[in-house]
Structures are given as structure tokens and as C-alpha cells.
Design a protein around this ligand. Structure first.
Ligand code: SF4
Length: 489
């Protein structure tokens, strides 16, 4: 699908690429239905919780150094600012840089939601620019501004005349998508529209754009890339507006997770010819090697990469093979965003652990270029199948599945989910750090983390004994699928 940077609005994942938040069946059936076009989203007769996509959009943008976010909405919508602000400051401190980004809510009141408040917004933008001198200003909408049709675009266009840094509207009304990952695309769209510049004439770099969340493995990736004469440009955490303005000059774009990086990767390729590395991600042995080889192919460095793979295999593969002996036969359930669900399923399979059920918080049946996500394609090509559901972090469904399957292990990238599993008595691994399974070394560490979790289960057993969960026997006997109404094709 062509990416239209002339429009400040980006269509939702549901409308753009047919993503869904409800399904129950098997991996193969999910893929078959995706291919023949019968897969549709679903409604739930009960929904426990979800997230607002503005958290993803503004969380991403807030990590850029020294910018301003103006969240035009009621105070409640800006509540995520506290978490974003704190994380960004911690991440900057960890890296040894400063981040003077400010996050301002316009605090719309009843009057504003009836009569509109574009004039106030205009004044706030000008005042923020005067007071904080940010390097860029992102002006976001909310459900309230979306409902009353507040014309943020016009205000942004007007103030551009008075402000000499990029100012851009960010359309992230929470109600417009059930999929919070739409917020990642919204953030990318705003950066592409306002900050990224066409490549400078004659400028050649050895940079690779690396879209990730918190750049925790930054030092080791920089070191690794030196072997290939490449330099990663991590985004957006701690990146500067100046760095982002040159994303179009990179040799390639890659990402830690397709759900996160798909939009900007495809957009940079489409608009500026920067190749997007389309491969399974770096989790596990096969993932790491496939990803490195794809980078080698795209950047013309295959020889150096093969040498690196050979050296590293000699160090780590025997150790990983040794731990695998103790993991063989374990049964796992996992619940994560779709990028990681299908990447981690592959790694578990590689480690000899049986995936009995995988929940993906949403499902992208194809990416921006029309291809099936590589993580899914890998599982299908290798005849790996298991029961799967798509559920936007409905923990009551997770609990039903855990109770039914009694797995050795539950893995999730969201702490609010692992806590429930532990209360149920199921050992859980919180795959918090995006680099927790990155490459050979972290795959080995990950295997040890699983061993630690299952070897001593006393914490989970004791906690479960002392916890009264709200779920009844009746609920545990239900089939989670009965609570979903799949939309008709
Ligand atoms: S934008 Fe909408 S969904 Fe998001 S926090 Fe505000 S009211 Fe809630």
C-alpha cells in the first residue's frame, strides 16, 4: 500500500493492512484464512481491558531528545505522560545523555469540548516554543478532539509561519483503532512527515537505521556492527532530531520487531530507496543468522558476516545444545504482541519446548508491502503448528487457557499478564527486555532463565495457595472462543 505523507492522518492497521484483534483456532488455519481473505476482526461479548494507542504513539515520540509533545485533550488522556517522562529520563541517564523533552497536556474542560479550543491550542503551541525552545513540536489529538472535529491541522499550519522548528499534527484518537500498535505507525508517520529529509547530495554513510524500543543492547550491537564496518542508528529512544533528519541516507533499515518497525521500514524504502531488511528477527539461532545474512546481502557484506557467524557459533552452539537437553519436552503457553509471539514460538521450538498455545495481542495478516509477516511465514514454511488465538491482552482468556493446558511455563512481554499466571501457580518468564533473546549469547541466557523458572517452582506454588482468584470453575470450563463473535466475511 502506498504511503501518503501528504496527509497527516494514517489509516488504522485494521483498515490499512486488515489486522484483527480476535481469532481462535490454529496457526495454519489463521494463515489460510488470511490468505483467502476470509479472516475478519471480531467482537467480544465481554472485554476486560485494552490500551489507548496514544500511549504507543506518544511514548515513541517522547523518547526523542529535546522535543515537545502537546497532547490536546482532557487531563485524563495525558496521564501516560508521567510514565513516558520517567522512562525517557531514565533511558537518557543510562546512556549518559540529557533529554529535555517536555510533555504538555492542554487540559480540555467541558467548555472546550463543547465550543472547541483551537485558539487556546494555538497559544499553547507558541508558548511552549517560547518557553522550552524544543527541536520539534508534536501536537497530538485525543478522543475528545476527534469527536468534536477540532481542526488541529489548520492550527499547526498556521503556527508553522511563526515557529522555526518542525511542528506536526499527530492524529492518535484512542477510539479509532482497537490495535494499540497503530500508535507506532502514527509516530513514524509524524516523524516521516516533519523531520526526515531527502538524502543530501553525495553523502554516503555506513549507517543502518535500527528501530527498537529502549536500546538496551546498544553497546554490544555497536561493537558487533564494527566487524562489518556498519554503524547502527537507533531510534527513537535517545535519538536527536538532527539524527532522524538523515534516516533517508542510511544503507538499510532494520528493527527489533516487525510490529514496531514495519511502517517506517517500508516508508523509507518506498520514499527514499533505503532497503528494509525483511527477515525473521534476531531471536534465537536461526533468527539471528537469517537476520545477519539478510543484512549482509542488502549491504554487500556477506563475507564478513559469514566469518562472524562461524566464530560465534563455535563459542555458543555447544553451550546452547547442552542446555537444550534439560529443556526438551517442556510445554509452554505464550502471550505477546504478534511480532514477538511468533518469533518466540520459533525460538521455543528451536530449544525443544512445545508451544501448546500462543496468544497474540493482535494479528497483522500482512505487512505494508503486502507480505505475510516473516515470523509467521517461517513457522508455516517449517510445518510448525499449534493452537493460537488473537486476543488484545484479555487476561481472563489467558487464565482459561493456562488452567486448561497446565503448561510448565507462561511467557509474556507484559508484566500485567505474567502476574496473573504466577498467581495461578504457573511459572512465568517476563520477556521484558526486547534484547532478552537477541543473538547467540542472549539465547543461551534465555534458556538458562527458563531453567531457573522451572527448576524451583516454590514461589508460584506458595503464591497460588494463598491467592483467591476471581475466576470460577464455571469459567475454567468454558471455551474462550465462545466469547468471541467473528465478523462475517
Ligand atoms: S485518547 Fe481516548 S482512549 Fe486514549 S486516553 Fe484519551 S479518552 Fe482514552
Amino acid at each position: 500500500m502506498a504511503i501518503n505523507l501528504n496527509n497527516s492522518n494514517v489509516a488504522t492497521r485494521e483498515n490499512r493492512i486488515g489486522s484483527i484483534t480476535g481469532y481462535i483456532g490454529s496457526l495454519k488455519d489463521l494463515a489460510t484464512q488470511s490468505e483467502c481473505g476470509t479472516l475478519k476482526g471480531c467482537s467480544r461479548c465481554f472485554s476486560q481491558s485494552s490500551s489507548c494507542l496514544s500511549g504507543c504513539a506518544l511514548g515513541q515520540l517522547g523518547a526523542i531528545r529535546d522535543i515537545a509533545i502537546i497532547h490536546h485533550g482532557p487531563a485524563g488522556c495525558s496521564v501516560a505522560a508521567a510514565g513516558t517522562y520517567y522512562i525517557d529520563k531514565v533511558m537518557a541517564k543510562k546512556r549518559g545523555v540529557t533529554n529535555k523533552t517536555v510533555y504538555i497536556g492542554t487540559d480540555m474542560n467541558e467548555n472546550d469540548t463543547i465550543f472547541g479550543s483551537t485558539e487556546k491550542l494555538r497559544q499553547i503551541i507558541l508558548e511552549v516554543n517560547k518557553r522550552y525552545s524544543p527541536k520539534a513540536i508534536f501536537v497530538s489529538s485525543s478522543c475528545a478532539t476527534g469527536i468534536i472535529g477540532e481542526d488541529i491541522d489548520s492550527i499547526v499550519d498556521e503556527v508553522k509561519e511563526e515557529i522555526d522548528v518542525p511542528v506536526v499534527a499527530v492524529h492518535c484518537e484512542g477510539f479509532k483503532s482497537r490495535i494499540w500498535a497503530t500508535g507506532f505507525d502514527i509516530a513514524d508517520h509524524a516523524v516521516l512527515q516533519s523531520i526526515v529529509q531527502p538524502p543530501r547530495e553525495g553523502v554516503k554513510t555506513n549507517k543502518i537505521n535500527f528501530k527498537n524500543f529502549f536500546e538496551s543492547a546498544r553497546p554490544e550491537i555497536i561493537e558487533m556492527f564494527k566487524n562489518f564496518d556498519l554503524e547502527p542508528q537507533f531510534l527513537y529512544c535517545n535519538s536527536t532530531v538532527e539524527e532522524l533528519s538523515h534516516l533517508s541516507e542510511a544503507l538499510a533499515t532494520t528493527c527489533i520487531c516487525g510490529t514496531l518497525g514495519n511502517y517506517i521500514g517500508n516508508a523509507l524504502e518506498e520514499k527514499y530507496g533505503v532497503p528494509y531488511v525483511r527477515s525473521i528477527n534476531q531471536c534465537g539461532i536461526t533468527g539471528f543468522e537469517t537476520w545477519l545474512r539478510e543484512i549482509g546481502k542488502v549491504t554487500g557484506r556477506s563475507e564478513k558476516i559469514e566469518k562472524y557467524i562461524e566464530e560465534q557459533r563455535a563459542i555458543y552452539i555447544p553451550k546452547i545444545e547442552e542446555v537444550k537437553k534439560q529443556l526438551k519436552g517442556l510445554r509452554a503457553v505464550l502471550g505477546m504482541g504478534p511480532g514477538y509471539t511468533f518469533e518466540v514460538s520459533r525460538v521455543l521450538n528451536e530449544l525443544g519446548i512445545e508451544v501448546v498455545w500462543a496468544l497474540a495481542w493482535h494479528y497483522d495478516k500482512k505487512y505494508e508491502n503486502g507480505d505475510v509477516p516473516p515470523s509467521m511465514k517461517y513457522l508455516l514454511d517449517n510445518d510448525i503448528d499449534f493452537e493460537a488465538s488473537v486476543s488484545d491482552q484479555q487476561n481472563y482468556e489467558v487464565m482459561n487457557v493456562l488452567h486448561k493446558y497446565q503448561p510448565d511455563l507462561y511467557l509474556s512481554r507484559h508484566p500485567g499478564s505474567t502476574v496473573w499466571a504466577i498467581k495461578n501457580g504457573t511459572p512465568a518468564v517476563y520477556v521484558a527486555d526486547e534484547y532478552m533473546i537477541f543473538g547467540y549469547k542472549h539465547t543461551l541466557d534465555f534458556a538458562y532463565s527458563i531453567l531457573d523458572s522451572i527448576n524451583n517452582r516454590s514461589f508460584e506454588k506458595n503464591l497460588a495457595k494463598r491467592t483467591k482468584l476471581p475466576y470460577t470453575d464455571w469459567w475454567y470450563k468454558q471455551n474462550v472462543g465462545e466469547f468471541m463473535v467473528q465478523d462475517k466475511a
